[in-house]
Design a protein around this ligand. Structure first.
Ligand SMILES: NC(=O)c1ccc[n+]([C@@H]2O[C@H](COP(=O)([O-])OP(=O)(O)OC[C@H]3O[C@@H](n4cnc5c(N)ncnc54)[C@H](OP(=O)(O)O)[C@@H]3O)[C@@H](O)[C@H]2O)c1
Length: 209
């Protein structure tokens, strides 16, 4: 099973889990990264289990046409994960999230069209794109390893097509904190009604915790 597959946005949280699973499954993985010079963003990838001779990193930017040609050429699958997930938004979500996500996906798909060997494109979206999941502060939670494995399952299963949702529990902040407090009684969780502030942390920083 040593054929080549491409994962876009290799420095990211989901892509890192996916690349770990792909390497363990025997694939040759080509990951795309926006800035080759920012080595700290990808140093965790070189420490993944699985032989690193099956890992390659190639520069590609969502906003540059033809940028993904080199990474995608010769691959049988493309897992398109790269998408802007900004820490804070100063110019509005349309300019900072929507437009680069849509234009970037079109750029990736145009590169896919140039590769006659390509069998399948698996495209990651998010439950945050589905309003129902966020009504009244409720959100869907799922382990990232399950999301990564789902992507591989969708590629390997010839019958898969269309859209799939990967979700485990849907809960509000209070349920989430109660569940965590029950599981980790030694941690100082807040009591009473909970207002959570989410902080964006990069994968390479998470691995140092
Ligand atoms: N985290 C979750 O729980 C989860 C679950 C399911 C689906 N998803 C979806 O999966 C996708 C990735 O999420 P994530 O949590 O892994 O986010 P993340 O850690 O912020 O990763 C985003 C990746 O996209 C890359 N990227 C952003 N803008 C780019 C550009 N212009 N050109 C090339 N690469 C660019 C980033 O590169 P840089 O490092 O250079 O910024 C990074 O590698 C999102 O669509 C998200 O909604 C996330």
């Amino acid at each position: 099973m040593e054929h080549k597959v491409c994962v876009t946005g290799a420095s990211g949280f989901l892509a890192s889990w996916l690349m770990k699973r792909l390497l363990l499954s025997g694939y040759h993985v080509i990951g795309t990264i926006r800035h080759l010079g920012k080595k700290h963003k990808v140093e965790h990838l070189w420490k993944l289990e699985g032989p690193t001779e099956r890992l390659e990193l190639v520069q590609a930017d969502l906003m540059e046409q033809n940028s993904f040609d080199k990474a995608i050429m010769g691959c049988k699958a493309v897992f398109h994960i790269a998408s802007p997930v900004p820490n804070h938004i100063s110019n509005g979500p349309k300019a900072e999230i929507l437009e680069p996500a849509v234009q970037g996906t079109l750029n990736v798909l145009r590169s896919c069209r140039k590769n006659p060997a390509l069998v399948r494109v698996v495209l990651a979206a998010s439950s945050s794109a589905v309003r129902k999941f966020q009504w009244h502060g409720r959100m869907g939670y799922v382990h990232m390893d399950d999301v990564a494995l789902s992507h591989i399952l969708l590629y390997e299963n010839k019958a898969s097509h269309g859209r799939y949702l990967c979700s485990s529990a849907i809960m509000d902040n209070d349920d989430l904190v109660a569940m965590l407090a029950n599981r980790y009684p030694g941690f100082p969780f807040p009591k009473g009604r909970v207002s959570l502030r989410f902080t964006v942390v990069h994968t390479s920083a998470l691995l140092k915790l």
